[in-house]
Design a protein around this ligand. Sequence first.
Ligand SMILES: CC(C)(COP(=O)(O)OP(=O)(O)OC[C@H]1O[C@@H](n2cnc3c(N)ncnc32)[C@H](O)[C@@H]1OP(=O)(O)O)[C@@H](O)C(=O)NCCC(=O)NCCS
Length: 181
Amino acid sequence: MLKGERVILGPVKRKYIESFLKWFNDSEINQYLVMYRPMTRMEEEEWMENLKDREDTIHLAITIPNEDGSEKLIGNCGIHKIDWKNRSAEIGIVIGEKEYQNKGYGTEAIELLLEYAFNTVNLNRIELTVYEYNVRAFKVYSKIGFIEEGRKRQFMWLRGAYHDAIVMSILAEEWNAKSKK
Ligand SMILES: CC(C)(COP(=O)(O)OP(=O)(O)OC[C@H]1O[C@@H](n2cnc3c(N)ncnc32)[C@H](O)[C@@H]1OP(=O)(O)O)[C@@H](O)C(=O)NCCC(=O)NCCS
């Protein structure tokens, strides 16, 4: 369990399936993600079942504590495609409960994830890809310290047009220099 000031990153539980299906089948949300096919319950259950055997992925639920001690699931995030030899990986995040977006939870969750990735998992490089029309996510990543490395031109077809995908990264030395300030 990774505890921040307001959010907690914890294990993915079976009871979260309903929320995951709702988020990933919502075009307002999945326009920013790689997936575009409708996600079925069977696929989601299979994905969850396989998580424990995946050496290259660490997937976490983002929750916030309720006053009564229970938790409110608001999103999920993960470290993917972990390359243990070169100590690099990609990250992804979704704040799926829309009323919890734009309240700073996403920024805090990514910061917790980076601290864990660099200083517990011992990775050296974290990469991500963000579509150019996802101005909010680009802003969040830049604010945290991700550097734009380049663009995959016309990578994404959405609503009748092609859009670039921006590749960003942050290194352990950059994160540690920033977070110690
Ligand atoms: C992207 C995402 C993770 C960010 O998390 P969040 O909790 O909503 O974001 P935060 O509240 O931490 O920060 C949002 C920042 O973007 C700014 N912002 C919001 N909407 C914006 C817009 N349309 N244009 C520019 N900036 C915007 C906010 O002002 C804030 O910046 P500030 O802290 O300097 O004020 C979340 O919105 C999300 O899951 N979106 C849908 C899925 C997605 O895009 N995932 C990422 C795929 S790469």
